[in-house]
Every structure is written in structure tokens, then in C-alpha cells.
Design a protein around this ligand. Structure first.
Ligand SMILES: *Cc1c(COP(=O)(O)O)cnc(C)c1O
Length: 389
């Protein structure tokens, strides 16, 4: 089956009791048993829920994986993956990763004795130099947030295989529509379903997909034992969102490219970070491992004072100033004070994430309106702050 057909159909069967074409929201905490231990495969809703089952199968199919599992949030999924590690283990991670993942690793898991080494991964050689016999996992995010660095998943996978290390890819930015890490050699795919998969800014959720039965059993055990499960209403909303993933992504990609090209040509704009621009250092690898380039664009202004960036953000009318990304509506944000505030400034600057960087999640609105909004936001901020006119 091709992607669009899977997005509409995978995991979803007509309801056996009524024929309802949409998976019902099984809003229940428990299931009645015929006699003790004799039941229909469902005992308690933390352990199993039919709405969740349908979504898990759908997500597995989209990532070309055998097994899918959902968690209450993206971070709950990451928390689950980390709980398969033990004190003394080491993880090599992308250095400009999502701020919340960084916080979870440094503030929650490091005190339990797991060590995290952050390296720039566009040079895969720097990964291998950090490998030792304690290295148990490599954690890749690509394209990275918010600088859109592109990491060669195949190349990292070959290092991981050579040293018998698990490779996890946070595929939130690309989505399975653009990139399938399991096909590129990764062992585990993690998603913040909150973003493009849900796609309508109305749910938080996370997911893990893998082809390894043993890993799946561990993640499933933790789903029940630690209890970070999503509710059935949220599963229903995401099932609904996924049905248009391919259509939404096409528009996100088209608009993302138009916005990036507009910004790159604008005289007041400094640097534009978008993997679909030939000027981007990850362009070549992105062209090979992704089917298109997505809707996330970051940029700086030539006048790189924080005040000018702040003014620009306040000026937006169509782009809403908010955290998160991947919904149908366009959002803008200031990583240094918003999504990435939990990363110490020094670490941030080392990773190239400056104080004046603006991040856009380009939605599926009409292109002309987005470009008009960008023009007025940038130009009137620069006039106010005295950069022009
Ligand atoms: C949002 C996000 C997460 C965390 O997911 P939540 O659903 O917010 O817990 C992890 N990785 C990336 C790349 C994200 O954008």
C-alpha cells in the first residue's frame, strides 16, 4: 500500500459490533470479564484500549515498522526509551536537540547515572570518536530543532551497527511522510505525535515504533508498568489527524519552501535555515534521505539585536506567537526564550543557536497571506528599531 492509502486505512477496521467506519472512542477504564481471567483480551485501560490499538497499528504502518506504541506525550515516549538503559550506560546525542529532551536527559536521567554526550552530528566521524564499551545508544534528531541541521541517518546507522549500539531517531520534524528512519537502518523511531501527526494543535502525545520484538516487549511492559499512556479521546483525534497527513504535508512543504525562498531573497534577513535551500549545508543529504523538506524554517535578521527579533515576533498577524509546531496554522517563536530556554545559554550559543533566531512552523494557509505577513512583520520591526528608513 502507498502512503496516502495507509494514512487513511492502516490500523482502522470497521467496528465489529456496529460496523461504524470510524474507530469508536472506547471511553472506559475497565472491561467486564466472563469469569475470573476469562475476557476478550482487554482487562484494564492502562494496559489495553481498542482506540489506542488502532492508532498504534496505524503509526507502525506509516513508519514501515512492525510495532507501534503510544504514550501520553513525546517526552513520555522518550522517557520510556531511556528507562531501558541502566546506570553506567552512555548515550551519544545530537547537540542541538529539542530543549525538553535535553532537560529530560540532563535533569532526570543523568542523576540516575546515565551519561549523555552531546556532539554535532553533521560530521559523523565525531560520533565514532565518542564510542566506548559503555555506549548503548545514539540519539539522533533530524532535521534538528531549530537549526535544521540534517544528519545522515544511514551513516550513523552503520556506526551503530558496527559497534552494536541502538540507534534512535526523533522523527518529529520530518514525519513518516518525508522520512522513514527504520528503512535507513535505525532501530527505534520516536515521535512527538503532538506535532504533524496530530496536526491540529489539539492533543499532546508521543509514539515509539520499532521492528525489534525484544525492544517492543520492553516498551510495552513500560507502557503498562510506568503508566504513561494517552487517553482514548486523544487517540481518536490523532487517528483522525493522520487521515490527512499526506495532504497536509504536501502543503506544509510547498509553503515552507516558498517562505524560505522569500526570506533568503529579503534584504533585511540574515541567515535562513531550511534544508530545501541549496545554500543549506544539509541540502544534499536531505535530498537523499527525505522525500521533501517540510514546513519548518528558521532565520535571523541582519540587525541581530534581540529587540528587533522580539518586535518582529510581536508584529505577526497570521503567524501566531506560540510554542509547538506542525499544526495546520502557522506559528512563530523565539527559541532562545521559548522552546530552548531550558538549555543553558552557553550550550545554546555553542550549538549556533543565537539570541535573535526566529523559528517558523509554516502552516497550510494561502501562501500569499503568509508572505505578506512576513514582509510587514520584518519591515515594520526594522523601521521601529532604526535598522532602516
Ligand atoms: C515537541 C517535541 C518533543 C516533545 O514532545 P511532547 O509531545 O511535547 O512531549 C520531542 N522532540 C521534538 C523534535 C519535538 O518537537
Amino acid at each position: 500500500m502507498k502512503f496516502g492509502t495507509k494514512a487513511v486505512h492502516a490500523g482502522v477496521e470497521p467496528d465489529p459490533t456496529t460496523g461504524a467506519i470510524m474507530t469508536p472512542i472506547y471511553q472506559t477504564s475497565t472491561y467486564v470479564q466472563e469469569s475470573p481471567g476469562k475476557h476478550k483480551g482487554y482487562e484494564y485501560a492502562r494496559t489495553q484500549n481498542p482506540t489506542r490499538d488502532a492508532l498504534q497499528d496505524s503509526l507502525a504502518a506509516l513508519e514501515n515498522g512492525k510495532y507501534g506504541l503510544c504514550y501520553a506525550t513525546g517526552l513520555a515516549a522518550t522517557d520510556t526509551i531511556m528507562k531501558t538503559l541502566r546506570p553506567g550506560d552512555e548515550v551519544i546525542c545530537t547537540n542541538d536537540m529539542y530543549g525538553g529532551t535535553y532537560r529530560l536527559f540532563k535533569k532526570v536521567f543523568e542523576p540516575f547515572g546515565i551519561k549523555f554526550i552531546f556532539v554535532p552530528m553533521d560530521e559523523v566521524a565525531t560520533i565514532e570518536s565518542q564510542v566506548n564499551d559503555k555506549t548503548k545508544m545514539i540519539w539522533v534528531e533530524t532535521p534538528t530543532n531549530p537549526l535544521m541541521n540534517v544528519i545522515d541517518v544511514k551513516a550513523v546507522a552503520s556506526i551503530a551497527k558496527k559497534h552494536n549500539i541502538l540507534l534512535t531517531v526523533d522523527n518529529t520534524f520530518a514525519t513518516p511522510y518525508l522520512q522513514n528512519p527504520l528503512d535507513l537502518g535505525a532501530d527505534i523511531v520516536m515521535h512527538s505525535v503532538t506535532k504533524y501527526l496530530g496536526g491540529h494543535s489539539d492533543t499532546v502525545m508521543g509514539a515509539i515504533i520499532t521492528n525489534h520484538k525484544e525492544l517492543y516487549e520492553k516498551f510495552k511492559f513500560l507502557q503498562n508498568a510506568a503508566g504513561g499512556t494517552p487517553g482514548p479521546q486523544d487517540c481518536f483525534l490523532v487517528l483522525r489527524g493522520i487521515k490527512t497527513l499526506h495532504l497536509r504535508m504536501r502543503q506544509h512543504c510547498e509553503n515552507g519552501k516558498a517562505v524560505a525562498e522569500y526570506l533568503e531573497a529579503h534584504p533585511l534577513v540574515g541567515k535562513v535555515y531550511y534544508p530545501g535551500l541549496e545554500s543549506h549545508r544539509g541540502y544534499k543529504i536531505a535530498s537523499e534521505q527525505m522525500r521533501d523538506f517540510g514546513g519548518m524554517v528558521s532565520f535571523t535578521l541582519k540587525d541581530d539585536r534581540v529587540a528587533t527579533a522580539m518586535k518582529t515576533l510581536e508584529n505577526f498577524e497570521v503567524f501566531a506567537l506560540a510554542e509547538s509546531l506542525g499544526g495546520v496554522e502557522s506559528l512563530c517563536g523565539h527559541p532562545a526564550t521559548m522552546t530552548h530556554a531550558s538549555i543553558p545559554r552557553e550550550e545554546r550559543l555553542k550549538a549556533g543557536l543565537g539570541d535573535s533566531l526566529i523559528r517558523l512552523s509554516v502552516g497550510i494557509e494561502d501562501q500569499e497571506d503568509l508572505i505578506t505577513d512576513l514582509r510587514q512583520a520584518i519591515e515594520s520591526a526594522s523601521v521601529k528599531e532604526g535598522a532602516i528608513g
